[in-house]
Each structure stands twice: as C-alpha cells, then as structure tokens.
Design a protein around this ligand. Structure first.
Ligand SMILES: *[C@@H]1O[C@H](CO)[C@@H](O)[C@H](O)[C@H]1NC(C)=O
Length: 130
C-alpha cells in the first residue's frame, strides 16, 4: 500500500469507529410492558420504523418487550388484543425521546402510558374497538 492509501484507510476506520461509538453510547432502549389485568391474555405488538421492521411479537401478561433504537426515526407500533381491541402509537419519536436512555410504555386496560424513568406515567394512547 502507498502512504496515501494507508492514510485514507485509517481515516475510514476512525470514521466508522466514531459513528459506531455515537450510535452505541447515544442509544435509547424502548420497553413495552404488558401490564394488563390477570387473565386478560396476550397482546400482539408490531413495531417498525422507516427502514426497520421489528416483526410481530406476542407479549404475555407481565412481560417486557424491549429493543435498542437503531434508526433516528419514528417507531410506529400497532397492538392487537383479541378479539376486538386495537391501538397504534409512536413508541419512539426523535423529537420527544432523544437523549433519554429508556422510553418505557405500560400497556394497560385503559390505555398506553409513557415514562422516561419507569416511575411517572402519562397516558398517550387509547385502545379502540374494531
Ligand atoms: C420498571 O419498574 C418495574 C416496577 O418497579 C420493575 O419491575 C422493572 O424491572 C423496571 N424495568 C426496568 C427495565 O428497569
């Protein structure tokens, strides 16, 4: 390799390493906790951003579904509670959530509640009936 090539190769490595570092250190984790009453069954959740489809998740009662945000974009989620309840909301919104380590969601009988500290909750969405 010539000196020039070595130089640009190292420079590319530095760029890759620093963008990885920014991505990892700045990452927000989204948590969705099924906090429905006992025996109300599972909730099916499907979340996606512009470029990432997280697929369908079946969330049993009391279970926490979580993932690291990998795209700085809105993560849109749909929830289905058989037989007839559906809901949709933004699990992650850059303008609202960037800078927080975690975004917590509680899925309850009376709706969807947001918290950044897993302690204080604000209702953000409702169940609807099909
Ligand atoms: C959120 O709080 C609940 C109740 O205090 C606790 O059980 C749970 O582990 C917490 N979740 C995280 C991810 O810290």
């Amino acid at each position: 390799m010539t000196k020039m090539k070595t130089w640009s190769f190292s420079w590319v490595l530095v760029l890759i390493a620093s963008s990885l570092f920014i991505t990892i250190s700045g990452a927000t984790t989204v948590h969705i906790l099924n906090s429905m009453p006992k025996n109300s069954g599972q909730v099916n959740i499907h979340c996606e951003s512009k470029n990432i489809d997280l697929g369908l998740r079946v969330l049993e009662e009391g279970k926490d579904y979580n993932w690291p945000v990998e795209e700085n974009a809105v993560y849109y989620c749909e929830a289905v509670r058989p037989p007839r309840n559906i809901a949709s909301w933004h699990a992650f919104e850059p303008e609202r959530d960037v800078g927080h380590d975690s975004v917590f969601w509680l899925v309850k009988e009376d709706g969807f509640f947001l918290s950044w500290d897993n302690a204080t909750w604000v209702k953000e969405a409702d169940w609807e009936t099909e």
